[in-house]
Design a binder for this molecule. Structure first.
Ligand SMILES: NC(=O)c1ccc[n+]([C@@H]2O[C@H](COP(=O)([O-])OP(=O)(O)OC[C@H]3O[C@@H](n4cnc5c(N)ncnc54)[C@H](OP(=O)(O)O)[C@@H]3O)[C@@H](O)[C@H]2O)c1
Length: 301
């Protein structure tokens, strides 16, 4: 099968399309005939070597943590899914014609494979973050870096739970944020004043998605370090804030909830651009610039 791999750290130019044997589903896993796979910053943080100190890599390494497709092999101890089912989920080396998933949910018929391919990571991360920060109905959440994949999911899940969301993004993306149900504001100097105007009653919690180094400012806005959670800034705990990196023990419940909310029209996923597998380098060059709206997806037709 064709797969994207790299055998040295570097920019997107280290990614190569190679011919390798297809993987097999182990116990508790399924293998899919991949139709689409999501592009995530964690992919390029790995292949550029940013994660090398705590996430050792054996070369050659594959790329991708999520995908959607048709089940074509079912591992031992797996129930409730059969060859031929359309699913989306979390796995490894998903930028390939076949990939193994370790957690999955049924893809609703109304959801395209492109959307499904980019949904699993943001669904799991979005729901995990909201639960971990403990923000509840009637409260206000500030999201720093709200217009990317995770931010778009967080806004919609939080709004569904009755939470007011203030999201930061560059000005041209403010209509996009409003469309998801958030109150937009720009990031950068003066954030605290802008947020005070938008939320005179105060902010109950903040999520740092951008990792732009503003944890102290987010703590000042919220007034309580433990009510600030970062997904991207490893220095967060030094300030008393939380950091979240480990996926949920049972991500499939988050995937199923995202699928249900999508079917009910509550949650949408904006796919900024779809790239063919052969153009994976271009997809990561764009992701690495840091200004994606929604998700980038690789089509594996
Ligand atoms: N720890 C975990 O478990 C976990 C899981 C998933 C993701 N993550 C991390 O979470 C982060 C977000 O992921 P993602 O998939 O949403 O990324 P993404 O889709 O690439 O979006 C990044 C967003 O950041 C915004 N941005 C750029 N510079 C900014 C700044 N200085 N201040 C505020 N916003 C800024 C951009 O919007 P503008 O165009 O408005 O600048 C863009 O929409 C990444 O660092 C990713 O690695 C962590």
């Amino acid at each position: 099968m064709k797969a994207i791999q790299y055998d040295e750290f570097g920019g997107p130019e280290v990614l190569k399309a190679v011919d390798i044997d297809a993987p097999h589903a182990g116990a508790g896993q399924v293998r899919i005939d991949v139709r689409a796979a999501g592009v995530n910053p964690a992919d390029w943080k790995r292949f550029t070597g940013l994660f090398r100190d705590f996430m050792p890599i054996e070369f050659p390494s594959g790329v991708g943590f999520e995908a959607a497709g048709i089940v074509d092999e079912v591992g031992e101890e797996v129930t409730g899914v059969a060859a031929g089912d359309a699913v989306f989920g979390l796995g490894s080396n998903t930028l390939a014609e076949h990939a193994v998933l370790s957690s999955w949910a049924a893809k609703p018929d109304c959801m395209s494979f492109e959307v499904a391919g980019g949904l699993a990571v943001v669904a799991e991360t979005g729901l995990r973050s909201i639960d971990q920060i403990g923000v509840k109905k009637g409260q206000t959440l500030l999201v720093s870096g709200a217009s990317g994949g995770v931010g778009s999911a967080v806004i919609q899940f939080a709004r569904y739970r009755g939470i007011t969301v203030i999201g930061t993004a560059r000005e041209p993306k403010h209509d996009y944020l409003r469309g998801l149900g958030a109150i937009p504001t720009t990031y950068g100097p003066g954030l605290s004043d802008r947020v005070s105007e938008l939320a005179p009653q105060g902010v109950d919690a903040a999520l740092d998605l951008a990792g732009s180094g503003n944890i102290p400012e987010l703590i000042e806005i919220v007034g309580e370090p433990s009510r600030v959670l970062s997904l991207s800034d490893f220095s967060a705990p030094q300030h008393g804030a939380q950091f979240s990196t480990n996926p949920l023990e049972h991500p499939e419940s988050a995937l199923a909830e995202a699928a249900r909310l999508y079917s009910e029209g509550v949650v949408r996923l904006h796919v900024e651009r779809v790239f063919p597998l052969a153009q994976a380098r271009d997809a990561y060059a764009l992701s690495g610039k840091g200004h994606v709206t929604g998700k980038l997806v690789i089509s594996v037709a």
